[in-house]
Design a binder for this molecule. Structure first.
Ligand SMILES: [Zn+2]
Ligand SMILES: [Zn+2]
Length: 258
């Protein structure tokens, strides 16, 4: 399993940067985890747009979906040019409905549109209820998390187990979901001083570290950085919370998991 960072900023990028988006490759499948502003152009450094098998949008904030419009145009072209014959599986929350309809209306010919809420619910260890799907040989789990609108953390089980928090406040269920993940890609939107403002919506870097420590993850990668913040400060607070070395996501970084 290979994870490449396409973008790591929120809610707007630094100069020349990109918002949330990651390319996950496993079992021959190219899967996008979020596709925020500026990520599509970076994706093309790694794969051809006609070779995207699935796209997952964790929640309907533009810093996580803005470049879905690019994927939509590119996929339509790929069909027209006969570069692909299968639709791209698009997993996304059905709410808020105006954003859902804007992203999906008229796209049925080239996107297999799958509202996450329509997926079967299964019990995943240790006793959590998660929505489940398969993309090729990879199993995908969606766990509802606390945020300012309906949002999901994503677990990917393939040649390793990776968990991506999406945008989420800390919580017991997310901790259990991330338990023993080979890679835990976690939002770290702010510094200690932001804890009160972020309550029930986001995580600070320290909270991301503490959650990762409780979940005993093998590797913590922090991401979703406010562009004005010093990454060294975010790293230091995440590392104190975690009690070990932490990776800081940057565009183009690639991580391997076996
Ligand atoms: Zn965000
Ligand atoms: Zn958000």
């Amino acid at each position: 399993m290979r994870l490449t960072v396409l973008g790591c900023w929120a809610p707007f990028p630094r100069a020349g940067g990109a918002c949330s988006g990651y390319l996950l490759q496993d079992g021959g499948a190219n899967i996008l985890l979020d596709i925020g502003h500026g990520t599509f152009g970076r994706l093309l450094h790694f794969v051809h747009y006609a070779d995207v098998r699935a796209a997952i949008i964790t929640h309907l904030h533009p810093d996580h979906y803005a470049d879905l419009h690019c994927l939509r145009h590119a996929t339509r072209s790929a069909f027209r040019e006969k570069l692909r014959i299968q639709r791209v599986k698009l997993f996304l929350p059905a709410d808020p409905q105006p954003a859902f309809f804007e992203l999906t209306a008229g796209a049925e010919a080239f996107f297999d549109i799958i509202p996450i809420e329509s997926l079967p619910e299964e019990e995943v260890p240790p006793g959590l209820r998660a929505r489940c799907a398969e993309v090729g040989q990879v199993k995908i789990f969606f766990l509802p998390v606390k945020h300012s609108l309906p949002a999901y953390a994503v677990g990917v089980e393939g040649s390793g187990y990776l968990v991506y928090s999406g945008d989420a406040a800390p919580g017991e269920e997310l901790t259990a979901f991330a338990e023993k993940a080979g890679i835990f890609l976690c939002e770290a939107s702010g510094l200690d001083k932001d804890a009160e403002v972020f309550r029930d919506v986001h995580m600070t870097a320290r909270q991301a570290g503490e959650l990762a420590a409780r979940a005993k993850v093998k590797e913590l990668i922090i991401t979703h950085f406010f562009p004005e913040y010093d990454l060294g400060e975010l790293y230091a607070q995440a590392q104190e919370g975690y009690g070990g070395a932490v990776e800081v996501a940057r565009e183009g970084n690639t991580y391997f998991l076996y």
